[in-house]
Design a protein around this ligand. Structure first.
Ligand code: OFO
Length: 162
């Protein structure tokens, strides 16, 4: 069954969102490196690479469906933050936003009875649960330490193990 033009366009928009995510996390990595928080920088570099993989998953899916992939322009990400907590709060909010986008795609695929796209999206539904859990968990830890420098150091060391 041919994938609809509307679905191809929505997935192309999501490819852009994934590359934007990758860039946002790369900028967060650069911020942390400049702040001397190499564990957090490392964590964000890994996150950056995961986002590229997400974009690639959507790209290869469109290839498999014989659809045209549009390579998007990537928006320049924010460079500076107040502290580590603000960075992870921003990342957590961003993941919630991405989840809402994935859910909209699922709704669209269901409305079109596009079972192949629904099946492909299930991986992203599960992945978003994990990503919200990861970023939200780091926010909780940093909040627990209440901005204390020792706490930031502890979390930084923990994140170096990702
Ligand atoms: Fe962070 O999961 Fe893709 O965007």
């Amino acid at each position: 069954m041919k994938i609809s033009d509307a679905m191809v366009s929505a997935i192309n928009d999501q490819i852009k969102a994934e590359f934007d995510s990758a860039y946002i996390y790369l900028a967060m990595s650069a911020y942390f490196e400049a702040e001397g928080l190499s564990g957090m920088s490392h964590w964000m570099t890994k996150q950056h690479k995961e986002e590229i993989e997400h974009a690639e998953k959507f790209i290869s899916y469109l290839y498999r469906r014989g659809a045209r992939v549009i390579i998007p322009e990537i928006a320049r990400p924010r460079e500076n933050y107040t502290d580590a907590l603000e960075v992870f709060r921003t990342a957590y909010a961003h993941e919630q936003y991405i989840t809402s986008r994935i859910y909209k795609l699922v709704d669209m695929a269901a409305a079109e009875k596009d079972y192949a796209t629904q099946s492909m999206l299930q991986w992203f539904v599960d992945e978003q649960t994990e990503e919200e859990d990861n970023t939200g968990g780091i926010v909780s830890k940093l909040e627990f330490f209440g901005g204390d420098k020792h706490g930031v150091y502890v979390v930084d060391r923990e994140l170096s193990a990702r």
